[in-house]
Ligand binder design. Structure first.
Ligand code: PAF
Length: 278
């Protein structure tokens, strides 16, 4: 496994191996990331993983400074997962000058996560476009836990006609249902015990829709009050169309219930797809 820190070395290394698949990360790797790598591995001769905590996608009051950085442990896991190239640039390498050219996603960037985190998807799209132009992969893997991120990036690739296939990966969960996330590490023991409620609420909403419920607003409000009753501060629970994350229209069969809620100081997100039979 080659660990590369500079753009020049990366370009040189990948010139020798242009058939590559890419898994961008911010490090602090858990089993969810390893699953992305396992999906990547059979698709190309060379699997490239980036580790870069991207300041551009964090708001001024968010956790950029305290975001866990665990480079040694990450490299060990990546080597065990038979990754070929780790690209771990520092900020000056990715942003040698202030990044004044930015990728402005569609209005999708302002809803749901975007409403709570202004500028977040602009930062994500900008760094991912930049990483794509450095790595030049034919495919890239993104987890569906960050559902809106996946949709934003899928649309970006389509709109800019990038020759890259975006492959979504299922969310990996702890045995009690909690979606794996770096931010789970911020939870106290008591909060960790409470945390699976988010998935339980989503599964309940999923069950109701599968059983024929169509009053989505009632489901959303009911789910949010269940979280609030248990001491959470929900930002949203929203039933949306998978294709564009807009409110469902009559006859839509492929939906997704998305949620974001604060448990103590930690903001957790999760979602569950609902596929109604035709
Ligand atoms: O999902 C993430 O870890 C980040 O948003 C990404 C895609 C690596 C961009 O910084």
């Amino acid at each position: 496994m080659d660990i590369i820190h500079s753009v020049a070395d990366l370009r040189e290394r990948l010139q020798r191996e242009p058939n590559n698949v890419f898994v961008p990360t911010m490090g602090n790797l858990h089993d969810g990331h390893i699953q992305l790598i396992n999906i990547a591995k059979p698709r190309a001769a060379c699997t490239v993983v980036s580790i870069f905590v991207n300041r551009l996608q964090f708001g001024p009051r968010e956790d950029f400074d305290r975001y866990p950085r665990t480079f040694e442990a990450d490299c060990k896991r990546l080597s065990e997962a038979s990754v070929n190239v780790v690209f771990a640039p520092d900020e000056k390498e990715i942003y040698p000058e202030p990044q004044t050219y930015l990728v402005e996603p569609s209005d999708l960037q302002h809803i749901l996560e975007g409403a709570a985190r202004p500028g977040h998807f602009r930062g994500v799209a900008t760094v991912v476009l930049k990483l794509f132009s450095l790595v030049m992969p034919h495919s890239a893997i993104f987890g569906k836990k960050d559902y809106q991120q996946y949709i934003v990036l899928r649309d970006m690739v389509r709109q800019f006609a990038l020759p890259i296939e975006i492959i979504p990966a299922e969310t990996v969960r702890a045995p009690d249902g909690l979606a794996l996330s770096t931010r789970n590490a911020y939870l106290s023991l008591e909060e960790r015990r409470e945390a699976p409620l988010l998935y339980q609420v989503l599964k309940k909403a999923h069950g109701e829709i599968m059983n024929g419920a169509r009053d989505f607003q009632r489901i959303e409000l009911h789910s949010m009050s269940e979280l609030a009753d248990h001491g959470w501060k929900p930002d949203y629970v929203a039933v949306r169309r998978q294709v564009d994350l807009q409110p469902p229209r009559q006859g839509d069969r492929n939906l997704v219930v998305l949620a974001a809620a604060r448990l103590g100081r930690t903001r957790l997100i999760d979602n569950v797809e609902v596929n109604l039979s035709h």
